[in-house]
Design a protein around this ligand. Structure first.
Ligand code: NAD
Length: 449
């Protein structure tokens, strides 16, 4: 097995990405204190959650809720259940939520939460008790105008219904629907939220292809696509690409992957997943291990599972023409460099995985107004928002490339020993745009007092 020697701590990765943006966020004079303020997390809550499991014994889980920055609005971000959840992971994810909301111009800040637990071994009532304990312990640190959770890895609309119910029991007599998004449709959820992350990713992808930004791809018909992850994001991405005429040639989940260079029969893969809990052993497919799916020769690779999946250990093995991130943080900065050197563009997560928070915002607006928008209205607004953000990233990248010499000169004055600025990628351009917007908001508000 190939191993990576780079630092895979997610918060350190978020920092390295931020540091790549800093030289472009002018003016640089006096910027260091502001930059530190923008990167630091505003609040980190760490909880011990004692919960009685079905065995009758008390088990103690660790829960986290991080508010990264709320300069542009209340904190917004998902809750994940996963055994690897730790403080730095949640801090990094909260940071990326700030940049996502700024890039898409959603009036929210960044937040994230998680409980270190193994959802695969938990019964439904156990998950409900963990959720209720977590939300009750967070108390008034959540709120419709302070910090608003949503689904993420191994949590779903059912989990959000429990979040809503718990908060509502603690705050009777008021409209609590906007305290959480990603709720079931019967409980104030928005149409289009379930598919929003994958759909938003696809709108961006389609736009970047049609405007020639992803030059190695000529159109959508017949494209070959490999997808890592077959949950909310990965499965919906497969459906959407398939419907657009692309061929899904490989998919994977936590148990392994499957491959068919002629194109998988998606209906059969979905049936296999529903009946057995995994895509593996779908009849007529070749087995892959869950890492190999990343290395399948294809036009488009969509990581839609976990973070740090493409590292220095496997970046040289990626055989895709384009990588479109649907998971949060699937590629390390060092792997980004390798892919860049190999001419493989990466559409960055803070743009291509932002569809979920965009429709979460729509849900929040609908809840505040007690309205229910139509599917067409949601899709129209989602597409407009995603395309506007994509255009902002592309225009910004062109500006950074054109003026790289000026940025280099200004940076050398404040950091004489710094290495030359790297060629700005789409990720750096997206970060620069988002960080600039947060900085402007911070300056307009002024630093309290
Ligand atoms: P999910 O729980 O619905 O699905 C996760 C999928 O990943 C499952 O199919 C699981 O089997 C698979 N998986 C787990 N470990 C794997 C491994 N080692 N190799 C391959 N597959 C593996 O979660 P989701 O909501 O689809 O989230 C997936 C990613 O997308 C996460 O990074 C999440 O943060 C990100 N994301 C989710 C949303 C959202 O709205 N749900 C929004 C933005 C970003």
């Amino acid at each position: 097995m190939r191993t990576s020697t780079e630092d895979l701590d997610l918060f350190h990765i978020a920092r390295r990405q931020f540091d790549r943006a800093v030289p472009f966020v002018h003016p640089l004079e006096g910027w260091r204190g502001m930059a530190e303020m923008l990167f630091k997390t505003e609040r980190t809550i760490k909880l011990t959650l004692p919960v009685v499991l079905d065995d009758g014994f008390v088990h103690n889980f660790e829960g986290y809720r991080v508010l990264h920055n709320n300069v542009r609005g209340p904190g917004k971000g998902g809750i994940r259940f996963h055994p690897d959840v730790d403080e730095n992971e949640i801090k990094a994810l909260a940071t990326w939520m700030t940049w996502k909301c700024a890039l898409t111009d959603i009036p929210f800040g960044g937040a994230k939460g998680g409980v270190a637990c193994d959802p695969k071994t938990l019964s439904e009532p156990e998950k409900r008790r963990i959720t209720r304990r977590f939300i009750a312990a967070l108390g008034d640190d959540l709120g419709p105008h302070t910090d608003i959770p949503a689904p993420d890895l191994y949590t779903d609309s059912q989990t959000m219904a429990w979040v809503y119910d718990t908060y509502s029991m603690m705050h009777p007599g008021q409209n609590n629907l906007p305290v959480v998004t990603g709720k079931p449709l019967d409980l104030g959820g928005s149409v289009g939220r379930e598919t929003a992350t994958a759909q938003g990713m696809f709108y961006v992808f389609e736009h970047l292809v049609s405007t020639g930004v992803l030059q190695s791809l000529e159109g959508l018909a017949g494209l070959t696509v490999a997808i890592q992850g077959f949950g909310n994001v990965g499965r919906n991405a497969a459906r959407i690409f398939n419907k657009a005429g692309a061929r899904i040639i490989a998919v994977s989940d936590s148990q392994g992957g499957i491959h068919d260079p002629e194109g998988l029969d998606l209906a059969q893969v979905e049936l296999q997943k529903d009946e057995t809990g995994s895509v593996i052993e779908t009849p007529g497919t070749k087995p892959l291990d869950h890492r190999e799916v990343l290395e399948v020769p294809c036009d488009v690779l969509v990581p839609a599972a976990l973070q740090t999946q493409i590292t220095t250990a496997n970046a040289t093995q990626i055989e895709a023409k384009v990588v479109v991130e649907a998971a949060n943080g699937p590629i390390t900065p060092e792997a980004d460099d390798i892919l860049g050197d190999r001419g493989i563009p990466v559409v960055p997560d803070i743009l291509s995985a932002a569809g979920g928070v965009v429709v979460s915002y729509f849900e929040w607006v609908q809840n505040l107004a007690n309205e229910q928008w139509t599917e067409a209205e949601v899709q129209d607004r989602l597409r407009t928002t995603m395309l506007r953000a994509a255009d902002a990233m592309v225009t910004n990248r062109a500006e950074l490339v054109d003026r790289l010499g000026d940025y280099q000169e200004a940076w050398t004055k404040v950091q004489p020993d710094a290495p030359p600025l790297p060629h700005p990628t789409l990720r750096t351009a997206a970060h620069v745009f988002a960080v600039r917007r947060c900085r402007r908001a911070m300056e307009q508000r002024g630093i309290w007092p």
